[in-house]
Design a protein around this ligand. Structure first.
Ligand code: 3SL
Length: 235
C-alpha cells in the first residue's frame, strides 16, 4: 500500500526523503489557491521563484510578474496574491513569474521529489484523484508562515488524508493530527479558522473575500505539475 506523510512546516523538510514521492505543496492562504485559479483561467505556465529580484527580472522576458511579501503586493510587480487578480481574460495563455512569502519557498524545498503538484481546496478532488491513481507514496508540504505551522494548510492535508484513508497508510502522526483537525473543522472552516494567525493577518488587510474563496472546495478540476524546467503547467 502507498503511504502518506505530512510536513507541517518547510523547516522540517530535512526529515523527509522525497525522491520517490509525489509532493503536494499547499499554501491555502493564498499562493497555491492563486496558482490554481490562474490555471483555471487559462494561464500557460507559472514559474515559481523564492527570490524577488530573480522573479522581477522575468518581466523583460515577457512574463507577468506576481510578487507578494507579508500579504501585500510588492511595488514594481504586475500583480499580488489575491485569486481575484487571476480571473481575467488578460491572463489567458500568458506566462507568470510568481514569488510569495511562503508558498513559492515551499515549492523550492520540494525540489528533488519524483513529482511536485500544487494543491488547494479549490482543486481538492482533482488532487485526491491524482494521488489515488498515481503510483507514488505522498508527502504534503504545508507552506505555513515563515517556518511556523498554520491551521489552514494543516486542514488541507487532513482533507486529503480523510479522503484517501481507505487507500493509503499514514507514515507517522502528522497525517493523523491533520485528519482529526479537518474532521473537527470541515462543517464550518471559516469559523474554525477565525482565530488563526493568518486569517487575522489577512483580515487586517481587508481581504475577507479572498479567505472565503480560498476555503471553497472543488471550484476547479485541474492539477498543476512542476516540469523538469522549473515551471508549473497543467498539460
Ligand atoms: O506566504 C505566501 O506564500 C502567501 O500566500 C501569503 S499571503 O496570503 O499573500 O499573505
Amino acid at each position: 500500500m502507498k503511504s502518506i506523510d505530512v510536513c507541517l512546516s518547510p523547516e522540517l523538510m530535512h526529515l523527509y526523503d522525497v525522491k520517490d514521492r509525489t509532493v503536494v505543496v499547499v499554501d491555502i492562504l493564498r499562493a497555491t489557491s492563486c496558482m490554481v485559479t490562474a490555471f483555471a483561467h487559462g494561464v500557460e505556465s507559472i514559474t515559481p521563484f523564492s527570490d524577488l529580484t530573480a522573479c522581477q527580472s522575468m518581466k523583460s522576458k515577457g512574463y507577468i510578474t506576481s510578487g507578494e511579501r507579508d500579504g501585500k503586493k510588492v511595488d514594481g510587480f504586475d500583480r499580488g496574491n489575491s485569486p481575484f487578480e487571476y480571473m481575467g481574460e488578460d491572463i489567458k495563455e500568458k506566462k507568470i513569474a510568481f514569488t510569495t512569502t511562503n508558498g513559492t519557498q515551499a515549492i523550492e524545498k520540494a525540489l528533488g521529489a519524483k513529482k511536485i503538484v500544487i494543491g488547494s481546496f479549490l482543486n481538492l478532488s482533482s488532487v485526491v484523484k491524482y494521488l489515488l491513481f498515481g503510483e507514488n507514496s505522498v508527502l504534503i508540504i504545508c507552506a505555513g508562515w515563515k517556518g511556523k505551522v498554520n491551521l489552514e494548510d494543516t486542514l488541507f492535508a487532513g482533507a486529503i488524508m480523510e479522503k484517501l484513508r481507505n487507500h493509503i497508510e499514514a507514515d507517522c502522526d502528522a497525517p493523523l493530527i491533520a485528519q482529526h483537525l479537518y474532521n473537527l473543522a470541515k462543517d464550518d472552516m471559516m469559523k474554525f479558522l477565525s482565530n488563526s494567525s493568518h486569517v487575522k493577518r489577512l483580515n487586517r488587510l481587508g481581504i475577507q473575500k479572498d479567505i472565503e474563496f480560498c476555503l471553497t472546495p472543488d471550484q476547479y478540476s485541474i492539477v498543476p505539475v512542476l516540469d523538469g524546467t522549473g515551471k508549473l503547467t497543467i498539460k
